[in-house]
Design a protein around this ligand. Structure first.
Ligand code: DDQ
Length: 266
């Protein structure tokens, strides 16, 4: 039996303090632009010339397109075969890389023309294709709806590392669309109006960004042509405008795309 004065020390050693909560930053809308309300947006990437590459989903309706941000005008559109469901998209070293949801393929396109150049099998261990981004230095990051990010070699597409993402000590699942921002991976969470800012080395969530209220409740109710589509018309699509430090966000079937600022940007 330890003497009584040792008890506080023993307790401190055996009871782990709870992890501190993760800070939530607000966001400020700087601009809002028209967005194609028929586009079931699954991925966004802002090109250096300021045009937006957008991937859209749904079987029979999937596309990859180039869009003028301010007018929302379609500059170019490539349709996918009816049995393919478009997901996240990124552009790395002149190649546009688009994920498919459950087809086990990754599409490699010419970034200028968006023409399909190659199809590559999704590496084993990645159950589905959800979000993709790249660090511009040889790595891609892919999400599959779980709490795991897969770091891939951007040329061979081999898995280099699996990153378990956690917030306040707990796994954070439903990682969806991804965007590399100043050395971190920003993720939008499926069916949630918030972003997680992830440190890629540790998988720790540094902070969240609250995106509630981009659309009014009434606008949200009017999304989609069927109740099933309205249910799935959630926040999706995240791009980073490096020169201005703005983030571009939209949702599936949303009529607007928003440029936002947030103090979460380091
Ligand atoms: N995912 O993009 C999160 C990976 C999956 C989205 C699934 C959306 C299904 C839409 C079904 C619509 C029903 C008419």
């Amino acid at each position: 039996m330890p003497s009584l004065h040792l008890l506080p020390l023993l307790l401190a050693l055996t009871i782990r303090p709870p992890s501190s909560p993760v800070h939530v930053y607000p966001a400020r809308v700087l601009e809002s632009y028209p967005h194609d309300a028929d586009a079931f947006t699954q991925g966004l990437h802002l090109e250096e010339d300021g045009t937006l590459i957008e991937s859209t989903g749904l079987y029979g309706e999937s596309t990859v397109r180039r869009v003028d941000v301010e007018s929302g005008r379609l500059l170019h559109c490539e349709r996918l075969p009816g049995a393919w469901f478009g997901e996240g998209v990124t552009v790395q070293a002149g190649r546009c890389i688009q994920l498919l949801w459950r087809e086990g393929l990754l599409l490699v396109r010419d970034a200028r023309t968006l023409k399909l150049r190659d199809t590559v099998a999704l590496p084993s261990g990645i159950s589905e294709g959800w979000g993709i981004t790249g660090d511009g230095a040889g790595s891609l990051f892919v999400s599959d709806g779980s709490d795991i990010l897969h770091e891939l070699d951007a040329h061979s597409f081999r898995v280099k590392r699996r990153i378990a993402v956690h917030a306040a000590g707990r796994p954070l699942p439903n990682l969806n669309e991804l965007q590399w921002v100043r050395g971190e991976v920003w993720a939008n969470l499926w069916h949630e109006d918030r972003l997680a800012v992830i440190e890629p080395r540790s998988g720790a969530v540094r902070c969240f960004v609250d995106l509630r209220g981009l659309l009014t409740a009434e606008e949200r109710r009017s999304l989609g042509r069927t109740p099933a589509l309205q249910q799935e018309a959630v926040l999706n699509g995240l791009a980073y405008d490096e020169p201005t430090g703005r983030l571009l966000v939209t949702g599936k079937l949303w009529p607007r795309l928003f440029a936002i600022a947030t103090e979460a940007l380091q």
